[in-house]
Each structure stands twice: as structure tokens, then as C-alpha cells.
Design a binder for this molecule. Structure first.
Ligand code: SF4
Length: 454
């Protein structure tokens, strides 16, 4: 068919608004400003694969579906899949037009609906089989190679599984509504963990409304003071607290066991979510070295109190400092350390095993005299490896004698000198305190998650 100078050869167009199709032999509507009677301008050639190809695709999918026991998807899964399809260029309002598909894709639970077959998946991987169903889903930024987050995440999953829950830790592919819907459609979780405000409150509100059977727990891992590190976090916190009050299936969690916000608001929806502790190598006895090595491992940030701790090391004298700092401005640290005459070395902020074995093999005492903490994993890792730690009252699980005023370098130095004199006994106390703290944390972690899933 010719219209003006153009030759049109494709015979079907479909309206993206109402989904109706119409045969117009020889017409390629993708080049015409067509408008459907429903008012939509979105009309295109959407025939999908040809008759034989479509039949073959269907026969293959139906055979596999039957062999897998013909599992049905839940209505929530169908809705979540449909939302993804509706945002996809291959969807014409009724069917998937991808050449490897051509199946009906709608909202109903009827037999001839690809979305209603739980074992099916999108040909280009936008959604996956929904035959799995987990109690807890934890998406994390990064990949399995980003060992810091991932090992702590894996430890969460491991602990949950050991206690009879099914749980998955997966990479967080994105934070938009469609990304979350896809994760929900794939894993059918009972509890979805939004770690460290990764997903914004607007998206959480939207999915909480559309997936009432799923509970959404947003966890703040920072102390209140540390929220200021990121300009968005204070606002995020308030948004998620409000969401927890408004939606039955939303919760706001903090890793600080004092749970000030839950207490002030008297809200059972603002909960303590204990950090759990991964297994560690056995504690190592104190090594004999020329000088005791004192670690200072932290992010390069105000609340970590780095300058005061460098002054304390200079006051104490007779020790070697091992500095491990994330995003450190090393020149500034070098200038102060050299001015103070410190004996020190830099070590890299490294992967999980090197971090752990670095503490076990290269350190005698840890310094963690920070101004504010929600929990502090690094001090606990030292303890579990048999290394005593001088901290501040912000690290509440440390023995009282090891908690000093972080704003008093002389007091930190005195505590350090005493600790070095009694290093054997203090190393044993460190291992015992670490083991008890880890046991309590992990036990509380399971108690809290059992309650969240009840
Ligand atoms: S099944 Fe996949 S390719 Fe087909 S319309 Fe849906 S999202 Fe697009």
C-alpha cells in the first residue's frame, strides 16, 4: 500500500492505550500519527513473532510448565509482572511481542496468561520465575566481591537459615519502583529489608500499598549524629518513621539497642534490629614484638575523633600506630602524626579476609574512641580476635574500664599504658567479652526477626 511517497507493508496495529488491534493490510503505522478511538496516540505495529514461531514458543513453554507441575503465580506476582511489562517496549497491551515469546500477558489468573504461570520468565530477564518464596529478602548494594557488606549480609542469611527461616541476600539492582517490584515478583518474600535507606520512602510507600502481604523493614545503621554525614539521611529517617506509622506492613528499624525513637514515640513499629555477627577465626594470643601495635581503623570522619586519638598515641609513647582509614586525607594525617613524632604505618582499607587477618596478626590493641556509634563492628572484631579495645562510652559493650572520655587524649593514653602492661589478661578478657556480645547479638537478632515474621 502506498501513502504519498511511502510504501507500507505491515498489516496490524495495536493501541497501547486500550489494547485493541486492527488489521490494515499494507500499513506501517509506526510512521503515521495514528490515534485510536480510545484517545491514545500510542499505536504501533505490534504483531510479535509469526504464527509458527509463536506456536513453537507456546508448545515449548507449555511442556516445561507441565513438567514443573504447572505452578500458579499469586495475584500479587501477576500484578508485579504486569507492571514491569507495561513499562516495556515489547508489550502491546495484550501480548509480549518479543520474538522468543508472543504470549498473552494480562492481569487475570486464566490459563493462557504467561504472567500467571509461576515458572515462566521474561525472555529478556526483566522478571524471573516466581516459584521461590522466601521469608526474608535482603538486597544489598554491591556484588559478592564487595566483601565488607556482603559477608555481613551473608552472615545475616546464614544465621536466619540456621534458625529455620528461608532467606536470600541479593545484589540491589536498582532502587526504582519497577526494580523493587521485580525483586518482589521473583522472590515472594514475607519480609523485605531496605538496608540503610537504600530505597526511598516514596517507593516503599508505593510497594507497601500494592503488596500488603509483604512487610517492609527499613533499617538505619547509623547513629543519630552520623545521619548528618549524608544530606538526605535525616529526611529519609523521618519519612520512613511516618511510613511505619501509616502502613500496617511498614517498619522502621535501628541497630542501636537503646532505640530512642521507638521509646519516644512509644511505637511498636519502630524496632531494634540487632546487628548479627559473622563467625571469626580463633583469637590469637598477644605476639611478641619490638613495640605493641595499636590499630586505628575507621572512616575519615569527624565523629571518629581521629586527631584526639593521634594525640593519645603520642602521649602514650612506646607504641606503633597502624592506621587504616577509609577515604583518608593522608597528607593531613601525616602532617599531624609527624609533628607529634608518632611511629606509625598506613595499611590499606582492604577486603574482608585481609581486614580480619590484619587485626589478628598485626595488632595488639585497638583504638575506637569515637564520639558516636550505633554499634561499632570493628571494636567487636578486635575483641573476638583476642585484641583489647579502648573505646568511648559510645561503644556500650566494652568493659567499663575500657571506655574513656573521647575528648581527653591524656585519659586515652593512660588507659592504653595500663592495657599494654596487662596485655595477657586483657586479651583473654577481650575474647570472652567479644564471644558473649556476639552470642547476645545473634540471639536477639533471631528473636526480633521471629517477631517481625509472626
Ligand atoms: S515478558 Fe519481558 S519482554 Fe515481554 S513484555 Fe514483559 S517485560 Fe517485556
Amino acid at each position: 500500500m502506498r501513502i504519498g511517497q511511502q510504501t507500507y507493508v505491515d498489516p496490524i496495529w495495536t493501541c497501547h492505550g486500550c489494547g485493541k488491534s486492527l488489521k490494515i493490510p499494507g500499513l506501517d503505522v509506526s510512521r503515521l500519527p495514528l490515534r485510536c478511538r480510545c484517545g491514545s496516540h500510542q499505536v504501533s505495529d505490534d504483531r510479535g513473532p509469526g504464527f509458527f514461531r509463536r506456536g513453537l514458543n507456546f508448545a515449548r513453554a507449555a511442556t516445561m510448565h507441565a513438567l514443573r507441575g504447572a505452578p500458579h503465580a499469586s495475584q500479587e506476582t501477576i500484578d508485579a509482572r504486569l507492571a514491569i511489562c507495561q513499562a516495556c517496549d515489547f508489550y502491546n497491551g495484550q501480548t509480549c511481542t518479543h520474538k522468543d515469546c508472543g504470549c498473552n500477558a494480562g492481569r487475570t489468573r486464566r490459563f493462557l496468561n504467561k504472567l500467571a504461570w509461576a515458572d515462566q520468565q521474561c525472555p529478556i530477564g526483566k522478571w524471573r520465575p516466581a516459584t521461590r518464596s522466601v521469608d526474608i529478602l535482603l538486597p544489598l548494594h554491591g556484588t559478592p566481591n564487595d566483601a565488607w557488606w556482603y559477608i555481613r549480609g551473608e552472615c545475616v542469611v546464614q544465621l536466619l537459615r540456621e534458625n529455620g527461616f528461608s532467606a536470600e541476600v541479593i545484589p540491589l539492582a536498582g532502587t526504582k519502583s519497577a526494580d523493587v517490584r521485580q525483586m518482589l515478583a521473583t522472590y515472594n518474600p514475607r519480609l523485605f529489608i531496605n538496608r540503610a535507606f537504600a530505597i526511598g520512602v516514596d517507593v516503599i510507600r508505593e510497594v507497601a500499598r500494592d503488596f500488603p502481604q509483604v512487610r517492609f523493614l527499613t533499617v538505619n545503621h547509623s547513629s543519630q549524629s552520623d545521619l548528618l554525614r549524608n544530606t538526605r539521611r535525616m529526611t529519609d529517617q523521618v519519612g520512613h518513621i511516618h511510613a511505619a506509622q501509616e502502613f500496617d506492613n511498614c517498619y522502621y528499624g535501628v541497630v542501636d539497642e537503646r532505640n530512642f525513637i521507638g521509646e519516644i514515640l512509644k511505637s511498636p513499629k519502630c524496632v531494634w534490629v540487632p546487628n548479627c555477627v559473622p563467625p571469626m577465626p580463633d583469637p590469637a594470643p598477644p605476639a611478641s614484638r619490638e613495640k605493641p601495635v595499636v590499630s586505628l581503623i575507621c572512616r575519615y570522619e569527624t565523629i571518629k575523633n581521629i586527631p584526639n586519638q593521634l594525640l593519645a598515641l603520642a602521649y602514650a609513647g612506646g607504641v606503633k600506630a597502624r592506621l587504616v582509614m577509609k577515604n583518608a586525607k593522608r597528607t593531613a594525617i601525616d602532617e599531624l602524626a609527624q609533628t607529634l613524632g608518632l611511629d606509625y604505618e598506613w595499611a590499606e582499607w582492604s577486603s574482608w579476609p585481609r581486614h580480619i587477618y590484619g587485626i589478628r596478626d598485626e595488632v595488639d590493641v585497638g583504638l575506637q574512641c569515637s564520639f558516636s556509634e550505633s554499634f561499632n563492628y570493628v571494636a567487636l572484631e578486635h575483641l573476638l580476635l583476642g585484641k583489647p579495645v579502648i573505646g568511648s562510652p559510645a561503644i556500650r559493650y566494652l568493659p567499663d574500664a575500657w571506655q574513656v572520655n573521647p575528648d581527653d587524649p591524656r585519659a586515652i593514653a593512660e588507659c592504653l599504658r595500663r592495657m599494654i602492661e596487662s596485655i595477657d589478661a586483657d586479651s583473654q578478657q577481650a575474647a570472652a567479652t567479644g564471644a558473649e556480645t556476639a552470642k547476645q547479638q545473634n540471639r536477639s537478632f533471631i528473636t526480633v526477626f521471629s517477631a517481625l515474621l509472626s
